[in-house]
Design a protein around this ligand. Sequence first.
Ligand code: ADP
Length: 450
Amino acid sequence: MKKWSLKVKLSLLYTFFTMLTVCISLGILLAFGNQELISSVQADLKEGIYESMDEIQAEKQELLVDKDFYDVEEGIYKSLLNDKGELLYGRIPYGFNSRIKPQDGQIKTTENEYGKWYTFTIRYPSQNSETLYVCGITSVTKEENAIRMMTAIAVVVLPLLAVLMGILGYGLSNRTLRPVRKITETVQQIQNDGDLSRRVGLGKGKDEIYQLSNTFDHMLEQLEDSFWREKQFTSDVSHELRTPITVILAQCDAMLSQENITGEQEKGIRMIEKKSREMAQMVSQLLFLSRADQGKQQLQKENLNISELTQMIAEEQQMIAQEKHIVIETEISQDIYAWIDESLYIRMLINLMANAIYYNKEPGWIKVSLKEEQDGVKGSVEDHGIGISQEALPHIWERFYRADTSRRDTERSGLGLSMVQWIVTAHKGHIQAQSKPGEGSCFTFWFPKK
Ligand code: ADP
């Protein structure tokens, strides 16, 4: 029962109670109807016989039976019997072959293969020596058949009615629960794409579901507003931090160019310069992501020879890698063209390669590949570095996530891969990471050509 949807549960409940009401009403109706029918047949029979008494006259030793006595009125056959039940006058219905045992004022039921009858006998008050009885016989086969027919119809109609009620109930609950489905769909869509501008939008209505939907929409509005303010704040802060960092860096440059600084002072200034550059890098990534969140990050796509671009970046990175005795190998197919944003592609590849260098072993090895696929371009950056654990792997795309908690140096921001993922997704491509701790990692990306 727990696995069934509310729609199914409601329609089953609805069908069950409707059928229960119909069955009870039908049962009562059939039982009372049957009783009523029998009573009315018996009352008619008695009345017919009492009235027929006038059609018989007993004078002295002679019996005079009116010809009306032979008529069958309202299905009642009238007869005059002696005390042994032998027919003296009147008529007996066809098929009635039982012997009647006359008893004064008694209604009896007789049944055989031809049908079912009620017999009613009353003693005829005559001065004759012989005891006479007036007998009425009426068939109840027709009434019985009518009741049987009604029961049969009910047996056939009830299941059909149940199915109809089920369908109707299902349709009704489906319709009633449509707004609930709309709410669920909206929540799921927000879960999938994080788009807080979505609304359930059921409009005005007074029932509880409409109220729930409106409350939900109101909550989304407030959430969107506060998220927007938060993004704006991050963007503003990043923006504001850029100027002081630039000033610090310029100041460091100026101080380092002075001739009379001591070795100790130079060491200190270089440290400030290094940290300021890292901060500048983090601020730039933060600004990029907050602009992306606000939808301000536009793609400037052009049809580029990304084989050349990739080769160029790999060669540039080789210089940084050399300091750590890391060799960069390339396997790049010639002249692959794709519609991409050049600066974003450079950002993405530099980030992936910078990680491959940073998390590598010394001496180490990196391989950059690029090849054309049917309607896209597939590339990868593979290293034989420290690798990423299986638990950390799904989280590396999250902002500020750093898998290697032992390296608590401030050099790394934990923002690089979030940016990489945004760039690939913005190009309608995809990226995935495979890694084995201690053996290395491989980041594979795919871009559509157009
Ligand atoms: P970070 O600035 O910390 O490198 P990233 O977003 O670029 O931030 O990466 C997130 C985390 O993923 C890193 O902290 C690191 O633990 C892990 N990671 C990324 N690339 C690699 C790699 N090539 N080898 C091992 N770990 C990696």
